[in-house]
Design a protein around this ligand. Structure first.
Ligand code: ATP
Ligand code: MG
Length: 349
């Protein structure tokens, strides 16, 4: 009787700790969540970007789809870590085939691996007509890495319509929900289980990204060891759900003592970025991922890094029915969904 004008996209974020799914309907008024699901993975299925138990991963992805919306076929997924590099450079303003030629040439000068071994994608992030130049963001993924990832998604009975990058997804989710202050140098810091993705914004635009190989796994392991808990209870404790049964001072001390590597990784990345981009001060940190949901962690990071910090809400400008979240509180777990929301914001034709 009437045609459905809204289009929808499913973002599927396959993390080492949990798989997140967000389906967004895109309307003229913005985005609306039409499905959402989170499924935690056993801690040894994916370790440091490496799939250790493919069967278990496929089972968990399929179970999540069945629980959330079994009709889902097309998904936007993302890759990050060792198999992927992103880079930004400036070239003369060009379009079409000429632009591609110039970008390919520039890439050959930069990529730390052979151009024949990678799949390339690029985004023009800024055009400066005054000087006739444009800024290009390059995403290069190793073919082999990408192929095995696509095969995995296909073996789940899904169609990966776009393969994006975690850092770009974080940026897209932030841009859609906040007014970017062009006077502030901002670091979007997505703290995951094995990887922390950092995306820098300068002059109100995407500037660079960096992955730090550290996350909350150390904290998980420390809690498990200190309190001698099974995986299920460790998972509860790290989410602050055991406040009645374990000593909170001891929990705080355990969490803090397990963040050294994460903090020094972030500090190193920040100082590298500042020297590369010739920037004196990082003004602002916006946290996302599961990390900022861990008790005491955001406060401790703020005190150690000594930079004002905010926790992102990637659903800030998104409509949703809280009922869809079932037992989860949307405003509490929203930071965890940053990558999935960013992926689902891609309009796929
Ligand atoms: N409500 C929650 N649900 C799931 N995980 C949570 C929650 N609260 C805190 N966490 C913690 O967040 C951490 C994982 O963060 P996140 O989900 O961003 O990582 P990931 O995306 O699975 O991992 P990676 O990106 O490194 O592959 C875990 O230590 C987990 O215990
Ligand atoms: Mg993640």
């Amino acid at each position: 009787m009437f045609s459905r004008s809204s289009k929808s996209t499913v973002g599927l974020d396959i993390g080492a700790s949990s798989i997140k799914l967000v389906k967004l309907d895109h309307t003229s008024n913005g985005h609306t969540v039409s499905a959402i699901g989170i499924r935690e993975l056993p801690p040894d299925v994916i370790v440091a970007d490496e799939i250790k138990d493919r069967e278990a991963l496929i089972f968990n992805i399929q179970s999540l789809i069945d629980q959330t919306d079994p009709r889902i076929k097309d998904v936007v997924v993302s890759v990050s870590g060792h198999g992927v590099i992103t880079d930004r450079f400036t070239i003369g303003k060009k379009t079409g085939a000429e632009a591609e030629q110039a970008i390919l040439f520039e890439t050959e000068q930069r990529a730390p691996f052979d151009i024949d071994d990678v799949n390339l994608d690029y985004h023009v992030i800024n055009v400066d007509d005054d000087v006739n130049k444009m800024d290009v963001l390059l995403v290069a993924a190793r073919k082999e890495f990408l192929r095995s990832y696509i095969e995995l998604v296909e073996d789940c009975g899904l169609r990966p319509v776009v393969v994006d990058d975690d850092s770009l997804a974080i940026y897209n989710a932030y841009e859609a929900n906040y007014d970017i202050d062009p006077t502030k140098v901002t670091a979007l810091v997505n703290i995951g289980y094995d990887v922390t993705n950092i995306t820098y914004l300068v002059d109100g635009a995407f500037q660079a990204t960096r992955d730090v190989s550290a996350g909350t796994r150390e904290i998980y392991n420390a809690i498990q060891k200190e309190f001698r808990l099974n995986p299920e209870l460790t998972g509860k404790a790290i989410k602050g759900e055991m406040s009645d049964s374990i000593d909170q001072d001891m929990l705080k001390a355990t969490i803090i003592s397990a963040t050294d590597e994460l903090i020094s990784g972030i500090e190193l990345a920040f100082s590298y970025f500042k020297s590369q981009a010739k920037i004196d001060v990082l003004d602002w940190i916006v946290l996302s991922g599961g990390g900022p949901l861990i008790p005491y962690l955001p406060e401790y990071l703020q005190s150690k890094l000594n930079i004002p910090l905010e926790i992102a809400n990637p659903l800030r400008n998104v409509d949703y029915d809280p009922e869809l979240f079932q037992y989860l509180q949307p405003e509490k777990i929203a930071p965890l969904l940053a990558v999935a929301v960013g992926l689902a914001m891609r309009k796929v034709r």
